[in-house]
Design a protein around this ligand. Structure first.
Ligand code: SAH
Length: 343
């Protein structure tokens, strides 16, 4: 079988109707399309050869057909049981995916791009540059890979791995629908996180998805945000917040704001007060993320007391707030530490 197939030939990512048509093209009866669909999305088949309900001769003839699954290139397990994967895609490129088990849940942190062009100052992913967008099936593959490796159903997916999801909105939205309708994960258990790009939040809102939506705010004023996030120079805090308000109006869903805490940079009580002004009357939730160290920059994580002080100020002003202590820190699998390498 010729392996230089085009991306449209890849089976993962196709609908039941498309898979049925493909099976018919191969001279197989239509009901085999349903079997293929179940094996791809439910059983997580990695090749057509292992689909034991197919006739042996057919299986052999299509054994090498690219169905769209990656290979686990490397896996690290942190003491807290978080697993970080380097996955090799069909074109040889490497992405990172993280599996985060808790007592009741299994959350997968997926990448939406190979690398990231945003170059936020505190994030390791951007330091390695940007290569390409991922296809929807390559996002679905990450979830199936973790599900299979843990031997447990994935309950939640967060688009917080490598990349900026809203640059790749079409494929991200397509992957949300696949994960929801075909893999069977509830839309509310899917979280898309963005640094925000002009008009893109509105575009996402217009898709009317029932997902959880998070925005990486990280700063309480424009100057500070520009210092941390280069793209903020072309997108003011005012514009960003206005689009977030539209998001709430269009979808009826609240927005979560992520706020990384960098000691002495954005964790002062004055920053908390500024933040409150922006968020007053907003249907929102703030997620504070104490900085996870990366080697390229010398930011510090604030101490516990300082984190609590920031949290308390928001709470006293009736803003719902939680602190996210990232899992997987020692395996470099925590937020901001993903760089497609083993260190
Ligand atoms: N591009 C998207 C999603 C990827 S990052 C976004 O910006 O939202 C997922 C979250 O981890 C973001 O809030 C990001 O800002 C945060 N993050 C990045 N580097 C980090 C670091 N070193 N420590 C803690 N959080 C970090």
């Amino acid at each position: 079988m010729n392996l230089s197939v085009t991306e449209s030939d890849v089976l993962l990512g196709k609908s039941l109707a498309e898979l049925t048509a493909w099976m018919e093209q191969q001279g197989q009866p239509a009901y085999r399309g349903k079997q293929l669909y179940q094996w791809l999305y439910q059983k997580g088949a990695r090749s057509l050869a292992e689909i034991s309900v197919f006739p042996k001769q057919f299986r052999e003839s299509v054994a090498d057909y690219p169905i769209g699954r990656s290979n686990i290139h490397f896996r690290a397990v942190a003491p807290d049981k978080t697993r970080k994967y380097l996955l090799q895609l069909q074109d040889g490129l490497i992405i990172e995916t993280v599996g985060i088990p808790t007592s009741k849940r299994l959350t997968v942190c997926v990448s939406s791009q190979v690398g990231c062009p945003m170059d936020c100052d505190f994030c390791a992913t951007g330091k390695g540059g940007f290569t390409r967008n991922l296809k929807a099936y390559e996002i679905v593959d990450q979830v199936l890979t973790v599900q299979n490796d843990f031997g447990q159903r994935v309950s939640n997916v967060v688009y917080m791995g490598m990349g900026e999801p809203l640059i790749n909105l079409d494929e991200v939205a397509k992957s949300v629908k696949l994960l929801n309708q075909d893999v069977g994960i509830g839309q509310r258990s899917l979280t898309v996180s963005t640094v925000g790009l002009p008009n893109k939040i509105r575009e996402l809102a217009e898709q009317k998805l029932q997902i959880t939506f998070a925005v990486s705010l990280h700063a309480s004023n424009q100057a500070l945000r520009e210092q941390l996030i280069p793209s903020a120079q072309h997108y003011s805090l005012q514009q960003l917040l206005a689009e977030c308000r539209e998001y709430v109006e269009i979808t009826g869903r609240r927005v979560t704001f992520e706020y990384i805490l960098l000691a002495g940079v954005n964790d002062n009580p004055e920053n908390a007060q500024e933040l409150i002004k922006h968020l007053r009357g907003f249907q929102t939730h703030v997620n504070l993320i104490p900085y996870n160290p990366i080697s390229e920059v010398d930011y510090q994580r604030p101490d516990k007391q300082r984190i609590k002080q920031f949290q308390d100020i928001l709470q006293q002003n009736k803003i719902a707030v939680t602190v996210r202590y990232s899992r997987g820190l020692s395996a470099d699998a925590a937020c901001g530490q993903l760089r497609a390498s083993r260190r």
